[in-house]
Design a protein. Sequence first.
Length: 448
Amino acid sequence: MPDRPLTGSSHEPDVLVIGGGAAGLWCAYFLRLAGHTVTVLDRDAVGDPVACSYGNTGFVANGGVPLAGPAVLRHGMLSVLRPDDRLALPPTLDRRRLHWLWQLHRAGRPEQVQRSASLMAELKRRSLEILHELRVSDLPHPDFTAAGVVQAYKTAEAFARARQALPRAVAAGVRLRVLEPDELRALEPDTEFDIAGALYNEGGGFLRVPDFIVSLARTLTEMGVDLVENCTVDGFEVSGRAVVGLRTDRGEFRPREIVVAAGSWSDTLARQLDVDLELQPVKGYTITVRRPDNAPRGLVLLVEGTVAVRPFNDQLRYGGDMVLAGMDTSISRRRVARVLRTVHDHLPAMRSTETLQVWTGLRPCTPDSLPFIGRAPAYDNLIVAAGHGHNGMGLTPVGGQLIAQLIGGSPPSMDLAPFRLDRYTAPPSWLRPRPAKPRPAQPVGGPR
């Protein structure tokens, strides 16, 4: 979308949302529906390749597994010896990253994993309801496709564990069942699978990105939201417990409320205001290939390899990998080869496909895989909506709805305590990140 000149009224909106990805746009959508004047700032153009909302698979399904687990750190550390592993934790002396890993370990306790999984399932269920409602409304969002998800397991051991956990998932509201071999053939008659077994998640779908994001942004402008793209944040002005101003290269803004929804850049912005978020970028990859005749017709999740396969028209998109390496967006051919090898091991006939695009992006992840949705404790008008991680497309719709309820003063439809910004316990003193610089009285420089 082309840059638009700022109008006088846009300098003092009710709510200023920093971030034009999925999280920020959903916040703006529900805030505008509630009658607020809203301005959205984005450091690039909406749908730009640098954004996580650009190149992911767009999966939206109920259920889900948190990143943390009892053996996640041990598994990740072994990636030093096994560089082709699906989870990579390169050695680091960065205290913020080490602090995050310590919290990841704590979040991997079985009771915490179960709690996070239940909350994720509820967030996804509500998001799917929102997307289904949009499909039958007058809003132009044709880029959401409702479809089930085949969850494929390569080994008999993994399939047995999945079947054992099935009753608990169904009890939590996930529409999951075992797929018998003839049922899988009926669903995917053209595709050759080399797997031990599969489950079927009926409550799934996908958003075609970045088309959906661009379409949603266009709808917001039609609703009266001011969208300011390619906008550099230069600093904040603080008075007591309020952030009273925001300076950018496109002008100054003095909103009543500010929402930080800038994905992996949210922590950098928040730290300018002495707000520390337990947030780390986790790099993922997608590979888009020409779709052959024998490709899957529906969504397929290769569970053990953590790779998603999404068909759309004449293309297939493979998405996967998790690399904790800071803000690095370079492409590793070894990681790309791992994703392709995982697909080929499960779907042997896909070996001859033509690669159209390789992309990498940064998922903003919290240790417990639950997003930050709430007010910053030190401020009365600063709110954070970030940390949706590898489930972002399935968590951000309801996240935006909850933010609008919070700002509007109505009781949120979910308890927000599990998503509060200060929910993590203090680490050992030797592991604590260095304190943020004291907050200046005048606006300070900020990142682009």
